[in-house]
Design a protein around this ligand. Structure first.
Ligand code: IPM
Ligand code: MG
Length: 372
């Protein structure tokens, strides 16, 4: 299979984690005789520094022409504490989502037995947790009319949703639920918000087309609590843009490390794959960031290309690193391996799995960093 992948490394740890995914994709291509071609583009603080624009037109054009986009991370501290900044890195990502109509953000939440101890939650509550959040990504309060009065004493952000915006993501979520444990939970604030009542109305309507799926509802405040006290109850969660943003970060603590979680943003054109973590500027350039969120995002990309065997093997390789303690500093602060080493190990595992080659144990041992 031949695919054109557009890579946006982005800010902070974005470049170093994304490079591991490219390494892994190259190993997949080698093993399975695919051709992956890469083109690179700028977005975020890196793009502002070079061009003054968080999303240069060229980036949108190349993204549109690609088969899929692999994205690293966005954000830089110099903009975070400056409410007067005219341009912000995040504007680049929001505009790209809108330009490509990436209306559904899909975030799977799963756990790894070898990492249960890292979660602040009790092991008995998180064993076997496996759910997916479908977050609406191009509407709601993120994209509504924004206003601040001239005196800078009043501001507003409008939240709007249309029937069409609700329906298109609802269908994706119901389809996913019918392939899984057949339960869909709509998270909203229908006791207060008009937009939430619109969501309930149309989601209930669409539910009739998926009689095999059980639909239930949770108010977002209750959902935030249920994700912590009983996360096993969830199969597919469907929600609007801002609730999904907040709940998906919250849900990430279940897995034990934010650095592990992948996501896919899909629309009608090319889809975008990115880890859910941010740019983690404190770690940038130190080769210590966890590349697994990015590598697992690349696995979601392979699934998206219908390369399910390849995607499964990448996940197997990731699991192999975790089980064997080949982990980054966020997971084991004493005996840890570098970002680049994890990328190499996963690639070696893939190539070895196919060719039967042995992993070079000496090489592995040499790259371990032991702080005593
Ligand atoms: C995310 C991020 C973004 C969002 C930011 C960087 C604009 O938090 O992808 O979840 O709020 O959507
Ligand atoms: Mg977020």
């Amino acid at each position: 299979m031949k695919k054109n992948i557009f890579v946006i490394e982005g800010d902070g740890i974005g470049p170093e984690v994304t490079r591991q995914s490219v390494k892994v994709l190259n190993a997949v291509a080698e093993c399975f005789h695919h051709e992956f071609h890469y083109r690179y583009g700028l977005m975020g603080a890196a793009a502002i520094d070079k061009t003054g624009d968080p999303l240069p037109d060229e980036t949108v054009e190349l993204a549109m022409k690609s088969d899929a986009i692999l994205f690293g991370a966005i954000g830089h501290p110099k903009y975070d504490n400056d409410p007067t900044a005219k341009v912000r890195p995040e504007q680049g990502l929001l505009k790209l989502r809108k330009s490509l109509q990436l209306f559904a953000n899909i975030r799977p939440i799963s756990t790894y037995p070898s990492l249960h101890h890292l979660s602040p939650l009790k092991t008995k509550n998180i064993e076997g947790v496996d759910f997916i959040i479908y977050r609406e990504l191009t509407g709601g309060i993120y994209f509504g009319k924004k206003q601040t009065n001239t005196e800078q004493t009043l501001a507003s952000d409008e939240c709007t949703y249309s029937k069409e915006e609700i329906e298109r993501i609802a269908h994706l979520a119901f389809k996913q639920a019918s392939l899984r444990r057949k339960k869909l939970t709509l998270v909203d604030k229908a006791n207060v918000l008009e937009t939430s009542r619109l969501w309930r109305k149309w989601v209930q309507q669409i539910a009739k087309e998926y009689p095999q799926v059980t639909l239930d509802f949770l108010f977002v405040d209750n959902a935030a609590m249920q994700i912590i006290v009983n996360p096993k109850q969830f199969d597919v969660i469907l929600t609007e843009n801002m609730f999904g943003d907040i709940l998906s970060d919250e849900a990430s603590v279940i897995s034990g490390s934010l650095g592990l979680l992948p996501s896919a943003s899909v629309g009608n054109g090319p889809a975008l794959f990115e880890p859910i973590h941010g740019s983690y500027p404190q770690a940038a350039g130190k080769d210590i960031a966890n590349p697994l969120g990015s590598v697992l995002s690349a696995a979601m990309m392979l699934d998206h290309f219908d390369l399910h065997k390849e995607a499964g093997l990448v996940r197997e390789a990731v699991e192999w690193t975790l089980v064997n303690g080949f982990v980054t500093k966020d997971i084991d602060p004493v005996n840890f391996y570098f970002t680049t080493t994890i990328g190499e190990l996963i690639s070696d595992y893939l190539v070895g799995k196919i060719s039967g080659a042995e992993l070079n144990q000496e090489n592995i041992a040499l790259r371990k960093s032991t702080i005593i």
